[in-house]
Ligand binder design. Structure first.
Ligand SMILES: Cc1cc2nc3c(=O)[nH]c(=O)nc-3n(C[C@H](O)[C@H](O)[C@H](O)COP(=O)(O)OP(=O)(O)OC[C@H]3O[C@@H](n4cnc5c(N)ncnc54)[C@H](O)[C@@H]3O)c2cc1C
Length: 851
């Protein structure tokens, strides 16, 4: 220890040298001495390493000597040394262009260490002063250390801060700048890795990769992993983990979320919250267009709009003391992607005192550095892995960490900070990135049949396969069977034999027997007989058939029915339809028709499949290989789980082509209609006389003419103080048919709603005001026949329900199951071929069979 005083003197002399060139080639030995001196300096100041405990996760902090950098003198000057209050070193690196300077903040223990290098992105800003840039480099590097330590990524904190004197950042010569960054990285010899941050882009990374010879850049290179989605995954995982710890449930459906900032991360978080079942997701962005996200409600002022859960995904320091104190009552949680969301500790404490549980961004926004950890420790895996597996892993470990922290804090927001060190792993040990491969293996399951989609078709197939003793796994992207976004959701679907096509009429008879099986095996009452009246003018055949076409089939098949030859006959039989009087109408009624409790029926079929079917909710398939090893189907869910199966059923309704795309299978010729409906209040007395009915009228502009009404006995989920409601909807699309669901508007159109309101006013005058409205998808084929076929030896598909599939549910399940088991199908499947002209492009089976 004798040499230490000398080392110290030399060290401080050295650090005051203010020129790159003044340190010559003999530098290494001097720097060695400096480093020893620095180590001594720390020890001396602290007396022990206890001092370090006051910041970061210091019980893990080990003081190690700063190593030497052979190129230090050529490339850097040290502009900030570690001091009593701050462990970070900042060096200024050479930049060869006017008005631009670069500061690299490295948290001291990683300074020059290749075994635990510094890691942090490149931030480019128009800082006002050199001091503010240096201060930011320190703040950000230390923040990065907290993140890296939190998960033991194998890195320590660092940041490259580029100060531009130009407000207009576009004048900066990026390639040149990246070459300078590369020189700095080379000089660190593996002691520092970097990637994108504010105002640096993939293009910059391309320059940097070129200039570093692909070294020292962790930016998702040559991989499909998107670091923004990785970050969003840690936000989602932390949200779920927080809720699990705080409320014992991860049900987000009734919570009101505000996602502040809808850039790449925020928008991904918002969409995912919607998919996971959140009904109330408010979005806010400086650019109002960015806040328009399917299923979300844009708001103007995030700080003044009440919510349960604030998800900051925008600018740092936005939650000021004022915002925290005046945020509307009711807020319970704050978890997001923003680094340093609070303007200062006081602001955070105000939230804490108000009982707002905040999970620090060292957990909730660590996604990108977790990906970095894999990129650094297993580059081959990183470059070849399905991104969803990476996102799923990140979500999972963030969930566990957030949940652990909230539990350690005893669910008390004020105890979060003091408990952070309890969830930080020891610094010694394998980096987290090395766990990823094991996680993938632990999250792999196998089954006989993978059923993708938990609407009518998927659940019916599971039911049928279970009866045949076949094991299946049913994956549903939504948070429930038949989720609200699907075609199968709701209280009611009509069943009827009254078709203009004998084929469908006969199919209904067979299907009713199978519905009886479902009711018996599930112990649920699913079908209710209300009768059904077809009435209206002579429209000729429509997508729903016609009054006279249905009459003919009823007569031909000898099915019981009543016929009304005039509008007066209808008005006399149904007083609620008085408006038919005097009109050139006819009607036909099938007394044994009724409604099926739609969502309940899907649940019942899944339930009746029992332990033969493993139902996985919130499990969106994002990758599908139908020709995996050994001819197996290999699918990956959005939360990173791998499912292997002998064969699979694609029963994804309006999302069918998206899933076919994933598998590289040919698309089907499907159109998606946006169909609207709503509930109307009605007095108990009036409701008794309103039948289940279908009104046929001729098309007139945007009014497609076809309207239906369900009686109050078919609206059981609408409960409101003993009042009664009828359901009214249209059987024509809002606007043009869509090719996929990306632009589907679940709000529907005001114009069509107006049409429905006017129809009710004119045709059901006893009915009161509308209390809600919905827009749901129909998946239409060109000939209104479904698609039920095999697309490959191990792939069956059901799609194109064409607004009529529900009534045939369990029978369709039998048909799809038979495609996989090789048994004879219960109905002729030829009209449902995927190879028929109507399901490809030109209508051959075509219009003649529209029923
Ligand atoms: C308003 C309305 C009224 C109707 N009225 C009647 C009627 O009176 N009588 C009648 O017989 N029929 C009626 N229909 C038609 C019938 O409801 C549909 O044909 C039927 O429900 C379609 O079921 P499906 O399983 O094909 O599709 P869906 O119910 O849409 O199910 C597809 C499922 O796949 C899931 N999914 C999609 N992609 C993925 C993925 N990548 N990973 C995991 N899961 C995924 C979706 O979330 C969805 O739950 C009506 C339809 C609507 C919309």
């Amino acid at each position: 220890m004798k040499f230490l005083p000398v080392a110290l003197t030399l060290a401080f002399t050295l650090t005051s040298v203010d020129a790159f060139s003044s340190i010559g080639k003999s530098l290494p030995s001097l720097i060695d001495i400096y480093c020893m001196g620095y180590s001594y300096y720390i020890q001396r100041t602290l007396g022990s390493d206890k001092w370090c405990r006051s910041f970061a996760y210091p019980h893990l902090f080990t003081v190690s000597p700063l190593p030497a950098f052979p190129n230090l003198g050529d490339v850097f000057k040290i502009v900030k040394e570690p001091c009593e209050k701050c462990s970070a070193v900042v060096v200024e690196a050479k930049v060869e262009q006017e008005g631009v300077s670069m500061y690299i903040g490295i948290d001291s223990d990683s300074y020059g260490h290749t075994n635990r290098p510094g890691n942090g992105g490149i931030r480019l800003l128009n800082y006002k002063t050199r001091e503010s840039a240096i201060a930011d480099a320190v703040r950000l590097a230390k923040g990065m250390t907290r993140k890296h330590d939190m998960f033991r990524t194998g890195f320590s904190g660092a940041k490259v801060v580029v100060k531009s004197d130009h407000k207009d950042l576009s004048v900066i010569q990026r390639r040149k700048l990246m070459q300078n960054v590369a020189s700095a990285l080379h000089a660190f010899e593996g002691g520092m890795y970097t990637g994108c941050d504010l105002n640096t882009s993939d293009r910059d990374m391309d320059y940097l990769v070129e200039a570093t010879d692909e070294k020292y850049v962790l930016a998702g290179r040559n991989s499909q992993v998107d670091t923004n989605v990785a970050t969003a995954s840690s936000v989602i995982g932390s949200i779920i983990g927080t809720l699990q710890a705080m409320s014992g449930s991860d049900d987000i459906s009734e919570l009101i979320f505000t996602v502040q900032g809808c850039g790449k991360v925020g928008s991904t978080v918002a969409k995912e919250l919607v998919r996971l079942g959140a009904k109330n997701v408010q979005t806010c962005d400086l650019f109002p267009e960015s806040a328009k996200i399917q299923g979300c409600t844009p708001i103007k002022d995030w700080a003044r709009t009440p919510c349960d859960f604030l998800v900051p995904c925008a600018n740092s320091l936005a939650i000021t003391e004022d915002v925290a104190a005046n945020f509307p009552a009711g807020i319970k949680y704050c978890v997001g992607a923003t680094n340093s969301p609070f303007a200062n500790d006081k602001a955070r404490e105000i939230f804490e005192k108000r009982g707002v549980m905040h999970i620090p961004e060292s957990i909730s926004s660590a996604g990108a550095i977790l990906a970095d950890s894999v990129e650094w420790y297993d580059i081959d895996l990183y470059q070849t892995v399905e991104p969803a597996k990476m996102y799923g892993w990140i979500r999972d470990i963030s969930r566990v960490k957030a949940s652990d922290l909230a539990a350690h804090a005893g669910q008390e927001p004020q105890h979060v900070t003091s408990n952070l060190s309890n969830v930080v792993p020891e610094r010694e040990g394998e980096p987290v990135g090395k766990d990823f491969e094991t996680w993938i293996e632990d999250n792999l399951s196998s089954t006989e049949t993978l059923i993708i989609g938990g609407g009518l078709a998927g659940t019916a197939t599971a039911f049928s396969l279970a009866e045949k003793g076949v094991n299946s796994t049913l994956v549903e992207q939504g948070s429930s069977i038949a989720p609200a976004s699907a075609s199968s959701n709701g209280d009611s679907r009509m069943y009827r034999k009254m078709y203009s096509s004998e084929f469908f009429s006969k199919m209904q008879s067979k299907a009713l027997d199978r519905w009886a099986d479902v009711e018996r095996k599930s112990g649920s009452s699913l079908l209710q007989e209300n009768g059904l009246l077809f009435y209206g003018e002579d429209t000729s055949e429509t997508v729903e058939g016609s009054v006279l076409g249905a009459l003919k089939v009823m007569e031909r098949l000898g099915l019981p029915h009543k016929f009304y030859a005039t509008g007066d006959d209808i008005a006399n039989a149904y007083p609620a339809l008085e408006s038919c009087r005097g009109k050139p109408y006819s009607g036909v009624c099938e007394d044994t028709a009724g409604h099926i409790r739609a969502s309940k029926a899907c649940e019942a079929m899944a339930k009746a499949a029992g332990d033969k079917c493993d139902v996985k909710l919130n499990s969106k398939i994002v990758s599908l290989n139908t020709n995996g090893e050994g001819g197996k189907v290999v699918a990956v869910t959005e939360d990173g789980k791998t499912i292997k199966a002998d064969n699979c059923v694609i029963s994804c309704g309006p999302w069918t082509n998206d899933v076919l795309d994933l598998a590289g299978l040919p698309r089907l010729n499907l159109d998606i209609w946006q169909v609207q409906w709503g509930h109307y209040e009605v007095s108990e007395e009036a409701s008794a006389s309103i039948p289940q009915a279908f009104h046929f009228r001729k098309e007139n502009g945007i009014d497609g003419g076809l309207y239906y009404v369900f009686p109050s006995s078919a609206t059981e989920s609408i409960q409101n103080g003993g009042k009664s409601y009828v359901k009214v909807g249209v059987d024509f699309p809002t606007g043009h048919a869509l090719a996929d669901m990306s632009s589907f508007n679940y709000q529907g159109s005001e114009e069509v709603l107006k049409l429905i309101d006017e129809w009710v006013e004119e045709h059901l005058p006893s009915v009161g005001k509308r209390i809600d409205s919905y827009c749901s998808p129909y998946t239409m084929t060109k000939d209104s026949y479904f698609v039920m076929d095999k697309l490959a030896d191990n792939v069956a598909v059901f799609s194109g329900g064409s607004g009529r599939a529900f009534k045939f549910g369990p029978l369709l399940g039998d048909c799809v199951a038979s495609l996989l088991t090789g048994e004879k199908a219960p109905v002729d499947l030829a009209p449902f071929s995927a190879k028929r002209a109507a399901s490809l492009s030109s209508p051959e089976v075509g219009q003649a069979v529209v029923a």
